[in-house]
Ligand binder design. Structure first.
Ligand SMILES: [Zn+2]
Length: 71
């Protein structure tokens, strides 16, 4: 008897958890915040071109830095 109710409760819990996941931060939102400049060498996303240049200078010294329009 108690078992059936428990099952129902756990299902409800799972549904709530799924809803919470849906309402959470999505990857699309994350992208919209802007990680636009991806390092062409190691593919690390950077929030902007300037940061990407700094990353290039720090992580890949001597590598050609791409122009802003292509970053
Ligand atoms: Zn890199």
């Amino acid at each position: 008897m108690a078992r059936g109710k428990q099952k129902e409760q756990s299902r409800e819990k799972a549904q709530k958890a799924a809803a919470a996941r849906k309402g959470g931060k999505s990857q699309i939102q994350f992208r919209q915040q802007g990680l636009q400049s991806i390092c062409p060498i190691c593919k690390t996303p950077n929030p902007n071109y300037k940061t990407m240049v700094l990353h290039m200078e720090a992580k890949h010294p001597g590598k050609p830095i791409p122009p802003e329009s292509t970053a």
